[in-house]
Design a protein around this ligand. Structure first.
Ligand SMILES: [Zn+2]
Ligand SMILES: [Zn+2]
Length: 196
């Protein structure tokens, strides 16, 4: 069986565990001149490999690696003028460097969206060490929409499992539960746990 390449940053393993007391870091675009810089306070959450067609990934990668951070903890600190929204109609507006194409962060403007408050970032763009490694793989079947061979999906899922990234065709159960809880709160259906 040919070796399956998921993403260059994790093809040799997902890397060390998140550093305790990690205080954050800076993401930089790939330009050699006037790099866009985005600073993040604190650790990211829910870092994962994503197979959707919208997340930014390096050339040739099957998956992106994307994590959530609180929008209050994210600030563009250099060359903001180079940022452009990739698709203004998308739920998550992805702010990309117009020169090199790298997505610096994705943001949800709809305050009613269950994931409102999270920004989405690629911590591989940061030279800082200590970020949490990816913990699962989301929207795995969607790589077919980007041109992956459907006949190879068994090998892709096997490789993800080998890397310790449980493959899901939506988000992970904790994230799906989080979204459903937000929707239940919004619709008034959420019940509080009754003490036994
Ligand atoms: Zn750039
Ligand atoms: Zn994605």
């Amino acid at each position: 069986m040919a070796k399956v390449s998921i993403h260059p940053a994790i093809d040799n393993g997902v890397g060390p565990a998140a550093a305790a007391n990690f205080t954050g870091g800076t993401l930089q675009c790939k330009c050699t001149d006037r790099k866009v810089a985005v600073s993040i306070k604190g650790q990211s959450n829910y870092n994962h490999a994503c197979g959707c067609t919208k997340c930014w990934k390096p050339a040739g990668a099957l998956f992106s690696i994307v994590a959530a951070v609180s929008r209050d903890n994210l600030a563009v600190t250099a060359n903001q003028d180079k940022l452009k929204v990739v698709d203004p109609n998308a739920v998550i507006k992805r702010y990309a460097c117009a020169a090199c194409g790298v997505h610096m962060y994705g943001r949800i403007d709809n305050t009613g969206h269950p994931l409102y408050g999270f920004d989405f970032v690629h911590t591989e763009l940061s030279p800082d060490k200590g970020w949490e490694p990816p913990g699962f793989a989301a929207f795995v079947s969607s790589i077919i929409e980007s041109g992956a061979d459907p006949a190879n999906m068994g090998a892709v899922r096997a490789r993800l499992e080998q890397l310790g990234l449980e493959p899901y065709d939506c988000l992970s159960p904790p994230l799906m539960d989080f979204i459903a809880t937000q929707l239940a709160k919004a619709s008034g259906k959420k019940r509080n746990a009754v003490p036994a």
